[in-house]
Design a protein around this ligand. Structure first.
Ligand SMILES: Cc1ncc(COP(=O)(O)O)c(C=O)c1O
Length: 469
């Protein structure tokens, strides 16, 4: 990481944690220069980067100030309070309806699960595909069965090492995206009729996975900033004797919540004490806005109960469909399930990603991606504060690219979705994220696309529709 980027990240972290407050003056360039021993151009570059992210603003002849957050008036949603009963899941029809209706290419994709494809180094990846196929060992096209391409698994193991974790390449199974990894991990530990604990709200594909194999869901209270409530989780374990727990500990979809490291540790200890396997969905972990990648819950796992699943779909290579599971003591079962489910992940994608990771441009790409997402989040929050009805609540995640918006009780999110779609705007209505179709006045918005006139006008239209409801 370059010096100016480290300085910018350090200051962004101080702003995120509230040490530097909106409207407060930043240390002058000279102060930074003298105290930190860095050059003026390093400080200027750091400040320019923060300005581009919308975090600070320059005032003529006065210096740099933490941006006055116009959205500071929009409060945070409250902790969810799902009822404690288990339920068979039946969300797929609603999810398919909403996704199909939203798919038209001309829509403003606020309901999409993907960030803009223009944020990814598709040209470099394309070159990596061509080069790796040119040098391919013909035998590898038929020999690289699960657990997957050895060089790619080695590269992934090296990234775990950077995150303070020792994971052997032999225990990593390459899959068709994270969704396959998650489904295989689930299958490895449950039988039809079992109960699985999930967050409230939870990622709809997790609910669909439970529905597919006839599992019961128990939705557990979740804090919009700090993730699942451990007291409620402990009670749910005692009451339901679950076969597994499926969570997102960093930048949860849809809340964006991030469990602090000590909470992740307590989570793993609680689950280990009751022998409940944890399926840790970590597809957004690389998209952090602070100084460091958040710790993985897997880092606190001494018993092998955590099955960590991730992919390159959200941070590097959408459409390549390369994900993986590091499934701890269940790794061999997951490997066999992979073989019997879809045999192997596509070879050209695996080879290209292994080559790309080996070249060393990944960190630079990630820094640019995070910086773009952080800036876009500020823009969308400001638009919500300006246009949404009184009584709106919204999350302010420290990573990822989703906002969870709680609208006044009078708003029906499914109706809002229909009205918005008629005007060419997609949103993700709250009931998609609950086995019990709760969150009827909530929506998830995607800020992963460049902020422009269309986005600004779509947010104003949405606000107007919500105000009229
Ligand atoms: C929370 C979450 N987990 C998993 C996935 C699936 O990831 P992949 O595209 O790598 O299968 C998604 C994609 O939307 C997601 O949002």
């Amino acid at each position: 990481m370059k010096l100016y980027e480290a300085l910018a990240d350090e200051l962004a972290e101080l702003m995120a944690s509230g040490v530097l407050r909106p409207g407060e003056k930043l240390p002058s360039v000279r102060q930074q220069q003298e105290r930190r021993g860095v050059s003026p151009s390093t400080v200027f570059q750091a400040y320019y980067q923060l300005e581009a992210r919308g975090l600070i603003e320059s005032r003529p002849r006065s210096g740099y100030y933490v941006a006055a957050r116009r959205f500071a008036a929009t409060p945070e949603p409250e902790v969810s309070r799902p009822d404690a009963a288990s339920t068979l899941v039946d969300v797929s029809e609603l999810v398919f309806q909403v996704l199909e209706a939203s798919r038209a290419p001309g829509n403003v994709p606020l309901g999409s699960a993907f960030p803009s494809p223009f944020l990814f180094p598709l040209d470099k990846l394309g070159r990596a595909v061509t080069a790796s196929m040119r040098h391919i060992d013909p035998w590898s096209t038929i020999a690289d069965l699960p657990p997957g391409n050895a060089e790619l698994r080695r590269q992934i193991a090296l990234r775990y090492q950077l995150d303070g974790l020792q994971v052997s390449p032999d225990d990593i199974v390459i899959t068709n995206g994270a969704l396959e990894a998650l489904n295989l991990c689930l299958q490895a530990v449950v039988r039809p009729g079992d109960t699985v604990l999930v967050e409230s709200p939870s990622f709809y594909a997790a609910l669909q996975a439970l529905e597919r194999i006839g599992l019961k869901a128990v939705e557990v209270a979740t804090h919009p900033r700090e993730g699942i409530d451990l007291g409620a989780l402990s009670m749910a374990i005692a009451q339901h004797k679950p076969a597994a727990c499926w969570l997102m500990t960093s930048f949860q979809n849809p809340l964006g919540s991030l469990m602090p490291p000590e909470k992740k540790q307590a989570l793993v200890e609680l689950l280990a004490a009751h022998e409940v396997p944890l399926i840790e969905d970590d597809v957004y972990g690389e998209l952090y806005f602070g100084a460091q990648r958040p710790a993985l819950a897997k880092r606190f796992d001494s018993k092998g109960i955590v099955m960590h699943c991730s992919s390159f779909s959200k941070c590097l290579a959408p459409g390549f469909r390369v994900g993986w599971a590091a499934a701890g003591r269940f790794a061999r079962q997951v490997e066999r399930l992979k073989l019997t489910t879809s045999l192997a992940a596509a070879m050209p994608s695996q080879l290209a990603l292994a080559a790309y990771l080996g070249q060393g441009g990944y960190e630079r790409h990630l820094r640019q991606l995070r910086s773009a997402l952080a800036g876009q989040q500020q823009q969308m929050l400001a638009a919500i504060a300006a246009h949404f009805p009184h009584g709106t609540r919204v999350t302010q995640p420290q990573g990822g690219y989703f906002l969870w918006v709680v609208l006044p009780e009078s708003v029906d999110a499914l109706e809002l979705h229909r009205q918005a779609l008629a005007l060419g705007i997609s949103i993700a209505p709250g009931p998609m994220f609950s086995a019990k179709r709760a969150f009827r006045n909530c929506i998830r918005l995607n800020y992963g696309h460049a902020w422009d006139e269309r986005q600004a006008s779509a947010l104003a239209t949405l606000g107007m529709l919500a105000c009229r409801s």
